[in-house]
Design a protein around this ligand. Structure first.
Ligand code: GRF
Length: 190
């Protein structure tokens, strides 16, 4: 079994989807062990409670620096015997402490066809670029923002009349398919 922790700062719809996919054996040999969050008011926390998944809240301001904060996260991940850290809307840059503790075992999902439109507003930036296409990318996390090795990515086309809300809906729907597929692709237990 691949023991997974999901990190999320907000809504947590990808987190919830991964829990369902794992439980329905669409991600065989995986176990979503816990949720990690940095935000007390993250809706992902409510989802974790409803799904009966243990959750750990680390408030960055309560630590003296990023290293101490990440060290606390690493300690919990190790206590929980986590193999893979899955970022799903986790809005912090991963630092050396986490990267060194989990080399090549942290992955992220980004709502654009990287390397196009990295950063916090991937959907909006692609929408305003006016090219009527974007996508979703799952990649390993390294020290470059949205710059690690790509595991899986897929494009989506849009019609001129589609709104930003349409873009968001289609991109999220693709995320819910692609993240489980990417995890299956790298799961050493399959
Ligand atoms: C997703 O669009 C993901 O690609 C990006 O953050 C968003 C998280 O959404 N990294 P949710 O919290 O899973 O609903």
């Amino acid at each position: 079994m691949l023991r997974i922790a999901v990190a999320a700062s907000g809504n947590g719809s990808n987190f919830e989807n991964l829990v369902h996919q794992s439980r329905q054996k669409k991600m065989p040999s995986t176990n979503i062990i816990c949720l990690i969050t940095d935000k007390q008011n993250a809706y992902a926390l409510d989802r974790a409670k409803q799904l009966d998944i243990p959750h750990f809240l680390f408030i960055p301001n309560l630590f003296s620096n990023k290293q101490q904060y990440e060290q606390a996260v690493v300690q919990t991940l190790q206590e929980q015997r986590i193999d893979l850290l899955v970022l799903a809307g986790y809005m912090r840059i991963i630092g050396d402490t986490l990267l060194n503790a989990y080399p090549n075992n942290i992955i992220n999902i980004h709502p654009s066809y990287l390397p196009a439109h990295p950063g916090k507003q991937g959907i909006l930036d692609a929408f305003h670029a006016g090219q009527l296409s974007s996508g979703v990318t799952v990649h390993y996390v390294n020290e470059k923002i949205d710059g690690g090795e790509i595991i899986l990515q897929e494009k989506i086309s849009f019609q001129p009349q589609e709104t930003i809300a349409d873009w968001e809906n289609k991109i999220h729907a693709l995320e819910y398919q692609l993240y489980p597929q990417a995890i299956n692709a790298i799961n050493p237990f399959l």
